[in-house]
Every structure is written in structure tokens, then in C-alpha cells.
Ligand binder design. Sequence first.
Ligand code: ADP
Length: 239
Amino acid sequence: MNTQGERNVTGTPAIRLTDVGMHYGRKEVLKNITLDINRGDFMAITGPNGGGKTTLLRIMLGLLRPTAGSVSYLDCHGNQAPRLTIGYLPQKSAVDARFPITVEEVIRLGLMGPEAPHDNVDARVADMLARLELEVKAGSPVGELSGGQFQRALLGRALVAEPEVVILDEPLSYLDKHFEHELYGMLQEVKSVRPDTAIALVSHEMSEIAAMATRHVIIDHTLHICHSATHLVHYDCDL
Ligand code: ADP
């Protein structure tokens, strides 16, 4: 739902994780994660490799069902919602570049969900291609792209529907400095045009992200809420 023009809903929860736990077989990857991702949050998530960050994002997205606890989606009135519009940028390594699909089709996929806007689809895709400087690659199969171009196409897919929640898993990998700044610019723009958007972002390169973020958490199988961005540097924070 587009909250533009409605009452200020910043701070109301969009995704609620309650006592979430996850086992892969006998291996416990996450335990006791209780966390709200609120409208207007820019949540920076860091933690050691293998700490469960990607697993947590996939649980937030509904792609994985936790083995304990619950995940709920809430509309801007605080009522349970069957789904939200969520844009997702997976880790690039999680996507098969051999899949026979063009750049334009990748971005168009972001408009196919039931909650996505279905008006002006061509214009939205064209605008996103232009903002990502991928117009000349629009008809190219993704297998022909550089790592950075592929990452940008996936970013376009995540943002094109102007979703209520944006979830980004290591978005900086493969981006050169120019597009790293473009990414920050695009996220700043999302925040200024649609301030109720909730953003959750996993990154190891935290300095600039941390400056933009409004909340910081560390996932090291359990959840640690950080009260200061500097704690992120050492994966260490007040518990
Ligand atoms: P992070 O994103 O913090 O690096 P992950 O969520 O990717 O952590 O992985 C957490 C742990 O769960 C790792 O030890 C990983 O090997 C394991 N894991 C992730 N996905 C699976 C899976 N599908 N099956 C079994 N183990 C998995």
C-alpha cells in the first residue's frame, strides 16, 4: 500500500519476528530473534560469516519458514497483513547468471508480484534502466554482464515497485565506487521520497552505511542490538 498522503506511519512495525529460531537439520543457526522492522527504519545488519544473516533475511521475506517462533506482516494500521510489497536484492552469488533472461526482464520481474503497481510498467522499467545506466544493456542476457552490472540489474528489480520494505543482502559486492555512491544516492532518494519505506541491509562495509542507518544490529546466531554505530566495526556491542 502506498502510504503517501496518509497519516505518518513512520515507526509502526512492518515485519515482526517473535522468538524466531532456525535449525538446518541439527545445526542451530538462529535462536531467540525478536525484532520489529519498522516503517521508516534503515536497519544495518552485520555480523560474522555464517552468523545467520542471510537466513534471517530469507525468513523475513517468507522464503524460509523458521523452525521456531513466528513472522508476521503488519499493515500501517497495525493489523496483520497477508503480505507486504518487499523488494529483495539477494547476494549475487545466490542468483544463477546462466538463466536466459535479459536485463530489462530482470527489472520487470520486480513488478510482477500481486501487490506491485501495475500501471505505467514500461515507463517504470525504462526509468529504472536509465537510473542504473543500463539502457544499452536492456536487451542483453544477464550472462553477458559484468558482476557490477548484474548487481545493478538486481537492484533495479528490488526497487522498481517502490516497495514498502527493501531488503538488501551485501549490495556493495561487485559494485565499483561510482555505483556504490549511486546505491547510497538511490537509497537516500527512497528515504526522502517515501520516508515510510523500511530498509534492512546486510553489509560488511559499514562505514557509509552506518552513517545512513537509523538502527544497527549484529546477528551472531542471536540478536545483538547496537546503541552506537562504532560498535559495528568490532561486531561488539552493548547487550
Ligand atoms: P551469513 O549470511 O551470516 O553468512 P548464513 O545465513 O548464510 O549466514 O548461514 C548461516 C549458517 O547456516 C552457515 O553455517 C551456513 O553454512 C548454514 N546454512 C545456510 N543455508 C543452509 C542450508 N540451506 N542448509 C544447511 N545449512 C545452511
